[in-house]
Design a protein around this ligand. Sequence first.
Ligand code: CA
Length: 524
Amino acid sequence: MEGKRKIARIISRVFLLIVAVMDIVCAQTNHASQQKPNIIFIMSDDHGYQAVSAYSNKLIHTPNIDRIGREGAVMQNAFVTNSVCSPSRAVILTGKYSHLNGQRDNGTYFDGSQQTLPKIFKANGYRTALVGKWHLFSKPTGFDYWNILPDQGHYYNPAFIKMGKDTAYSGYVTDVTTDLALDWIEQNRDQPFFIMLHHKAPHRNWMPPQQYLREYNDREFPLPHNFYDNYAGREGLQRQLISMKEGLDVRYDSKVPCDTCAVSNVNDWAPAEFQREMEHMTPAERTAWDKAYQNEYKTFAQIKDKDHLLRWQYQRFMEDYLRCVRSVDDNVGRVLKYLDDKGIADNTIVVYISDQGVYLGEHGLYDKRFMYEESFRTPMLIRFPKAIQKNQQVDDFVLNLDVPPTLLDFAGITIPPDMQGESMSTVLQKKKVKEWRKEVYYHYYEKSFGATAHYGIRTERYKLIHFYDPGNSWELYDLKADPHEMHNIYTDPAYKETIAKLKEQLRKLQDKYNDKYDEKNNKF
Ligand code: CA
């Protein structure tokens, strides 16, 4: 009997010991997983750096986006590899240039079977989610949860596709997208998480939220000094169809009736398209909208000549665009406040970026695509209190291509060798880097809005661009003497040697990124 009791005591002690050891192991595992940083990747659509006050305070004050930089880093020289929506999104998902990830233009279905950032995070114990704009057409892969806008989505009371099922939400798209993201984080933050929060705004046709319908009515936005660019000496720009002179529609873009006026820019497709947008509003929203735009109707009716119309359309563009940006900034603020309120800000990486930059009247344009600075660059701000020092202005050349390796690096996950970007952790943490890139390679493919395929190189001083399909024309800019890229000096004999050197560097970059150019036949 005594023997049996002794055995029972021993078994019970061993059991308690096992429980105690298990507790320690579990606690350590939890601790380790808690150490992995959470990641909130916020990407807006067509948000130019000119409209972020961390970069320029001429147009708008964006205190919340700026806060990311103030408590982290503002990347002052951030570029994209292919300045258009779907390709840029694919670059960020894969860490590869367009010719390798297959997404060269907006007309391709993204191949979701390839290696992507969310898949890698998921395989490393992260919960993964995607909300908002997707624009890659195929079904998202690698996400535990996805809830996306169909195609471009709508600004008001938007339809979404939630894990393959059609659904719809009341409210303004930027608020709704943020709500969905915060709801998911709240339910999933017991594990490290990676969420891609993709705003539709401030993409064309720039429909502001109700609370900002009258914002900036008292402002007059001065025309950029090169608004009346005549595109002399630049064949690529001469072909474009995104000049504000021809491209913007009075009803769809400027949002006034156009049938009562002698001068009007109207496209056949635009009235029906605009009507579809307006139909998403509730009657109360529509009434408030019409009331707010009454004064615009009146001003429009007084317009007598084409140049006045153009200047007025620029003003309308800026007002609505910035109203949309204002709402994006408010919602970035909501995300940052949520992290503070929950006490998880320190261990959460927040990235703010746009899929690419955009022209806000510079060169008289309103879109993107070209390798000129305004659309080649993107705002990029990164905050990670635990590892990134505050208040940094980073001047090194960084790319959207660098985002995936950077995030993996901060999460302590091995960067796949076939990713083509570099981890920015070195430049962000001021570690000595032997050789950080001194030049950037760009390649744009899509033939739309008059933009044609081109590639090029940007160094600190120069930019060399080759428009190759259709056509065959080169452009060279001395960015120090001509930062606004108005004078193509490619044919100036004084730059013969510079051009030869740049071409050599360019071909080396093409080799490095495995983007093979066949010079003899002028094709890739
Ligand atoms: Ca875009």
